[in-house]
Design a protein around this ligand. Structure first.
Ligand SMILES: *Cc1c(COP(=O)(O)O)cnc(C)c1O
Length: 397
């Protein structure tokens, strides 16, 4: 059994805050600051350039990738780190298209995150080979997979509603139609059990600043199924994805295996903070996280239904169909969320009308949910949200 009081102590959360936004930015692990400071002084400050060899910086993307791998059901040596999730979408999608040269359709859904769709649009322009991005409703995906589909590009958990795709089923359908899959695990990794190998996913990508708590701008990850990786010639073929970076050849030759998905110099500060954050998974089982987060979601849905009748549930009521967040609709969602944040309950807002709460038992318990909903109910009952301060839109919502 996982001990969630221990995981709660793992994080350094400010007093008086109920943090329900770990789906956007996970909180600070208590020892991360010290770990990064140690890296800066003992490694960067002391070893200088020698740190690339002596402190193992060059291998850090692979070592951290091997810590993410078990969280997503990937074998060791199949995940590497670096860049941002958007870049990893581009790399994965390009590689997948090159493995299906006769097909022209990238199939995605309206629940996908805009950046994933934008990256697909940009790649299509660059390739200039007549590809088409077909975007259907999430419930229409299964029937839209056909003989023209080159790649199914989906985010497993919808960032707005938390609706969870059936990854195993859709991957099997794609396979049966001869299509490849690129799964975005941005809202899955660290939130629920994922098994890319068992599902037969071809590519998976994700970010590490959400449920993996790696810190703002923490590097992305990419998984490639072992059956494909040695056939990929990366679109973004940087020197650190070269077979021999320090041979300084004029011509690109891919590194063996997953290492070819590296591009340039790895972000060592970010990887160090992430490496510290991943320690939390040493003592916790993802099935326990899933069980507890489902219960937190059910509790929040019940409490809101009882105490906040003006809010409409936007997430699936059935916890097996939902990721690790719950969302509600209200025309004044933005102002309501600002009023909540001013009272120390931090969630976020997604246009046009969604207030969104990320729930993770790593540092949230049932009492936090009850307290948060009591404050939410009061804000709604008193219309405390209807104040000019709360209507002013910030750049990040
Ligand atoms: C958070 C998120 C992103 C963000 O991409 P970055 O390149 O890390 O900014 C992309 N896709 C999905 C599905 C996300 O949830």
């Amino acid at each position: 059994m996982s001990d969630f009081s221990a995981t709660r102590r793992f994080f350094d959360l400010p007093r008086g805050v109920i943090y329900l936004d770990g789906n956007s930015l996970g909180p600070l692990p208590r020892h991360a600051a010290q770990r990064v400071a140690g890296m800066m002084t003992a490694e960067w400050g002391t070893q200088l350039i020698r740190g690339w060899n002596d402190a193992g910086w060059m291998d850090l993307p692979a070592r951290v990738g091997d810590r993410i791998a078990p969280l997503i059901g990937a074998a060791p040596g199949t995940v590497t780190m670096g860049d941002t999730l958007s870049i990893k979408v581009y790399q994965a999608l390009d590689a997948a298209l090159s493995l299906r040269p006769k097909r022209r359709v990238i199939l995605s859904d309206t629940g996908n995150f805009p950046s994933d769709l934008y990256m697909a649009q940009g790649l299509i322009r660059t390739l200039n080979a007549g590809h088409e991005l077909r975007v259907v409703a999430p419930e229409a995906v299964a029937d839209a997979i056909d003989q023209d589909t080159a790649v199914l590009l989906l985010t497993e958990v919808d960032y707005r509603t938390g609706r969870l795709h059936d990854m195993a089923d859709l991957t099997a359908r794609a396979r049966a139609a001869g299509a490849l899959t690129v799964w975005d695990l941005a809202h899955s990794a660290g939130a629920l059990p994922v098994d890319v190998a068992r599902a037969g996913a071809d590519f998976a990508i994700g970010c590490t600043y959400k449920y993996l708590n790696g810190g703002p701008g923490a590097p992305g990850f990419i998984y490639v199924a072992p059956e494909h990786v040695d056939r990929i010639h990366p679109a973004l073929s940087g020197w650190l994805g070269h077979a021999a970076p320090f041979a300084f050849d004029a011509t690109y030759r891919p590194a063996p295996g997953i290492h070819r998905l590296r591009i340039g110099t790895p972000p060592i500060l970010g990887l160090t903070a992430l490496d510290a954050a991943l320690d939390v998974w040493d003592n916790v089982a993802m099935v326990d996280v899933r069980q507890a987060s489902g219960a937190l979601g059910d509790l929040m849905i019940r409490e809101v239904a009882t105490h906040c009748p003006d809010l409409t549930l936007a997430s699936p009521a059935d916890r097996t169909r939902r990721g690790s967040q719950v969302s509600f609709r209200h025309p004044q969602g933005y102002a309501i969320m600002q009023a909540l944040i001013a009272r120390g309950v931090i969630g976020d807002f997604r246009a046009p009308d969604l207030i969104r709460f990320g729930l993770t038992p790593l540092y949230i318990g049932p009492d936090d949910i009850r307290a948060a909903v009591a404050i939410l109910a009061e804000i709604l009952a008193t219309r405390a949200w209807d104040h000019p301060d709360f209507h002013r839109r910030a750049a990040v919502t």
